[in-house]
Design a protein around this ligand. Structure first.
Ligand code: ATP
Length: 362
């Protein structure tokens, strides 16, 4: 197994800085999703790692080998692109086997590897099907199977699900999840779809404007974003933010309509703080409970899974909350809200998370 290390990696197209001085190791044998909005530099980073783009500056290592200037072929990686690359005019088995012939493997070894990936991707029933007769989701599975059968130490996926028909997306995503769990290769996977990244990744590299904002396990990134951007980008909708929740150098007790009790900061802050909380962590009750404050439902809409997305007015603040269907439809306009302190993240004016929490023991 090989790790991938980039050091001070930068790519500039004219005045556009696509990748900005990145230094990071993608650990051997893990799956990392490069996640971020359009134009943040995901594809450029992957293309440099693949050898399809030369860095303006910096180095790339596979294990201890410096590969910065090696050709794509010499890097011996597997790649799966947005559009399935398949050999037309032949069947699935032949598609998987063809690159193995180029590697001069014995017929027995070629057959063994082909049968193995057919099983791994549950494609045995389609092994003799002509590529022309397959939908593009199954063709993409063939492209994945071909990359995997070569047994490269590193596999790069560039948004492999994006251009697959909606009907085949879920099935392909399930197949990829099963695959990345079972493979020991180092996998980099570009996506702008947070659900895909949350499902597939061991680690997510969240990118913004050519930089990696946070590199963490999906749950960690979701629950403890270290930057306002992570709170906003992840989640549907993203975090609620209340700017100027605490002012600079505030050490005294904070009395806020958001909390039933006074709260204070665990450490004094040198800059004003923004409070962040995810909609699903705002709790709503029909009657007063310990630690709840009065709130009013301003709007309510049904979202995925029958959940209710509710806009709450709490004092002068507006907050989004997600509640279960059985609660959502019974709530009257006047309700009680609770913001658990352990679900709150504070951010400084620079957007970063300082090591400060809210507490009730002041
Ligand atoms: P998307 O999800 O839309 O593919 P991305 O996160 O993969 O976006 P990149 O495609 O890496 O982002 O692009 C990063 C920036 O670099 C963008 O501003 C893009 O316009 C610019 N860029 C990428 N390739 C080139 C190129 N060949 N020439 C000029 N600018 C480029």
């Amino acid at each position: 197994m090989l790790d991938i290390r980039v050091e001070n990696l930068r790519k500039q197209f004219g005045s556009v800085v696509a990748v900005d001085d990145l230094t990071l190791t993608f650990p051997a044998g893990t799956t990392t999703c490069l996640l971020g909005p359009s134009g943040c530099g995901k594809t450029t980073l992957m293309r440099m790692i693949a050898g399809l783009e030369l860095p303006t500056q910096g180095e790339i290592f596979f294990g201890t080998q410096r590969v910065t200037h090696l050709s794509t072929y010499a890097r011996k990686i597997g790649m799966v692109f947005q559009y399935p690359v398949v050999y037309r005019g032949s069947n699935v088995r032949a598609n998987i086997e063809l690159p193995l012939r180029a590697e001069k493997l014995s017929p027995a070894e070629r057959t063994r590897r082909t049968e193995e990936v057919l099983d791994l991707l549950e494609m045995r029933h389609a092994a003799d099907a002509d590529i022309e007769d397959l939908d593009n989701g199954t063709r993409q599975k063939v492209a994945v199977a071909r990359a995997v059968a070569r047994q490269p130490q590193i596999i790069l996926f560039d948004e492999p699900i994006t251009n697959v028909d909606i009907s085949a997306k879920l099935q392909l995503k399930r197949a990829l999840k099963e695959l990345v769990t079972r493979l020991n290769q180092t996998i980099l996977y570009v996506t702008h779809d947070q659900t895909e990244a949350m499902t597939l990744a061991d680690q997510i590299a969240l990118m913004k404007e050519g930089r990696i904002v946070q590199y963490a396990a999906p749950r960690e990134l979701y629950d403890r974003p270290n930057d306002v951007f992570g709170g906003w980008f992840l989640g549907n909708p993203g975090m609620n933010f209340i700017e100027g929740f605490a002012q600079a150098n505030l050490t005294e007790i904070i009395r806020s309509p958001l909390f039933a009790q006074p709260v204070c900061l665990s450490t004094p802050s040198s800059s004003p703080l923004t409070l962040g909380i995810r909609p699903e962590h705002v709790r709503i009750f029909p009657t007063a409970q310990p630690d709840t404050v009065p709130a009013r439902i301003a709007s309510r809409a049904i979202v995925v899974g029958g959940q209710y997305l509710v806009t709450l007015r709490v004092g002068p603040f507006s907050l989004k909350a997600k509640v279960a269907p059985e609660i959502g439809h019974t709530l009257a306009e006047e309700v009680w809200a609770q913001l658990p302190l352990d679900r709150i993240t504070l951010f400084g004016t620079d957007g970063h998370k300082p090591n400060i929490a809210l507490q009730t023991t002041c």
